[in-house]
Ligand binder design. Structure first.
Ligand SMILES: Cc1ncc(COP(=O)(O)O)c(C=O)c1O
Length: 467
């Protein structure tokens, strides 16, 4: 009789779990890395290996790991009332208090908050709200939503359609109808040499204007954008970009949706990205930093302008027939309240600005001399390092070499977590907002080492030549 062996966690994972945004073939070969604990910026895996997380999970653990205040608030709420729905006028105190607090924080003339569970479902809610709004206004043809190539807005059916990354469409029969994509503000790669930021921004706004004219302004309902584009390359908009874009939107009566899922709650050194760039949104999406990832919670914040139409049309249209079992979850709202207490109480937004400036300067000092580093860009505590084959001509690296992934893998082996973005050999950093200068030094040193090591290895293989 053969003894039955207990499968390891690694084996069970490979045999039982479908991982998001993961190559199935690679995962079956390499297996999972299983995290067990977190504190501050440090993660520890089940084998006791420690990592410095320079990405805050998926750009979300703004207050850092292991804050017992948040765990305690969730525990206390779960013991008191772990769940009750918010359909049909039902409510709970944490969601009421959180909505009130958010409306005091989010910029613009905001009126109401709708809670969901993720950035993706919140952006699906945005799509439906925009359609609903125009139906109630008697403009049933005004339905198209414009997002930007490279933008990331989620992976549900509507939000993945807004996402402007081909891998999220290919083989999924997306995007759906009524979603259009326009050019992103990619100054480094797309502006003709010698063009000023202002002239480039004006050209992008003119392109958007022409697109809306071509489609017919009476068919275009909304424009959605991240203040700083995250997954699409960490693109900081050129000067005057959002002013010019918003002028076009106002001209054509098109709503502005600010996707603050990454930028919100301090990432750029201000509470919201909209404040940094003078965005006056009609609708705002928040998630991630709302609870720092301690509980899945998102929110759509509606302006007075949108709300007025919903309220006026209510008696005729009947119930607002949209919502989730977990909308306004009391444990999620309690987590968000405790998270905001930590974030604001410890001035992590201020730290994001101060230590963020130090991160940006250190990255430029250390990396801009390396022959594979084309551009270092970012703001506050988000940064992107674009790796190129040739600095002078900005020629991209051969995509099949997957250099970004090699750099990220090298960092990981060295105990540092950075993120290789899905396109363009860009390494992204977005550490928790409690990061110290010493930790910034460790991140920058580790990344510089990894870029040189991967460069040396590529040279050795004859795959790349330093200019
Ligand atoms: C800007 C932005 N919007 C939306 C989303 C989707 O959020 P979630 O993964 O919570 O659905 C993300 C996720 O990374 C994001 O970066």
């Amino acid at each position: 009789m053969t003894a039955k062996t207990t499968p390891t966690l690694e084996t069970l994972d490979k045999e039982r779990v479908l991982h998001p945004a993961t190559s199935i073939a690679d995962h079956l070969r390499t297996g999972p890395r299983i995290m067990a604990e977190g504190s501050g910026l440090t993660l520890t895996d089940v084998n006791g290996r420690r990592y410095l997380d320079a990405v805050a999970g998926l750009w979300c653990v703004n207050i850092g790991y292991g804050r017992t205040e948040v765990a305690d608030a969730m525990g206390a709420q779960a013991r008191r009332l772990a769940y009750y729905h918010t359909f049909s006028s039902m409510s709970n105190e944490p969601q009421i208090r959180l909505a009130d607090r958010l409306l005091g924080m989010v910029p613009g003339r905001m009126s109401k908050v709708f809670f969901g569970n993720s950035g993706s479902d919140a952006n699906d809610t945005q799509v439906k709200l925009v359609w609903y709004y125009n139906n109630l206004r008697g403009k049933p043809r005004k339905k198209k939503i414009i997002s930007r190539l490279g933008g990331y807005h989620g992976s549900t059916v509507a939000s993945a359609s807004l996402t402007g990354l081909p891998m999220f469409h290919r083989a999924f029969d997306l995007p759906i109808a009524n979603v259009l994509h326009t050019a992103p503000p990619y100054y480094y790669r797309d502006a003709t040499p010698g063009t000023t930021e202002e002239a480039y921004a004006a050209a992008l706004a003119a392109e958007l204007d022409a697109l809306i004219e071509r489609e017919g302004p009476d068919t275009v309902a909304a424009f959605i954008a991240e203040p700083v584009m995250g997954a699409g390359g960490v693109l900081v908009p050129p000067r005057t970009y959002f002013d010019r874009i918003q002028a076009v939107l106002r001209k054509h009566d098109v709503l502005m949706i600010a996707d603050e899922v990454i930028c919100g709650f301090g990432r750029l050194g201000r509470l919201f990205g909209s404040e940094v760039f003078g965005i006056e949104p009609d609708l705002v999406t928040v998630a991630k930093g709302l609870t720092s990832g301690y509980f899945p919670l998102s929110a759509v914040v509606l302006s007075e302008r949108v709300w007025a139409v919903l309220q006026a049309g209510s008696a005729e249209v009947g119930a607002f027939a949209h919502g989730f079992t977990y909308s306004g979850h009391p444990v999620g709202a309690a987590a968000a309240m405790a998270n905001l207490d930590v974030l604001l109480g410890e001035d992590m937004v201020g730290n994001s600005e101060r230590t963020g400036s130090y991160l940006q300067a250190s990255l430029r000092d250390r990396l801009e001399g390396q022959s594979m580093v084309g551009e270092v860009r970012g703001l506050g505590l988000i940064a992107g390092i674009e790796l190129v084959a040739d600095r002078a001509s900005r020629r991209p690296l051969d995509a099949t070499l997957k250099v970004g992934q090699q750099v990220a893998a090298h960092c990981l082996e060295d105990g540092l977590i950075v993120r290789a973005l899905p396109v363009g050999n860009v390494i992204a950093l977005s550490p928790p907002l409690c990061i110290t200068r010493d930790q910034v030094d460790q991140v920058v040193d580790g990344l510089a080492r990894a870029i040189s090591a991967v460069g040396d290895e590529l040279v050795r293989q004859g795959a790349w030549k330093a200019a």
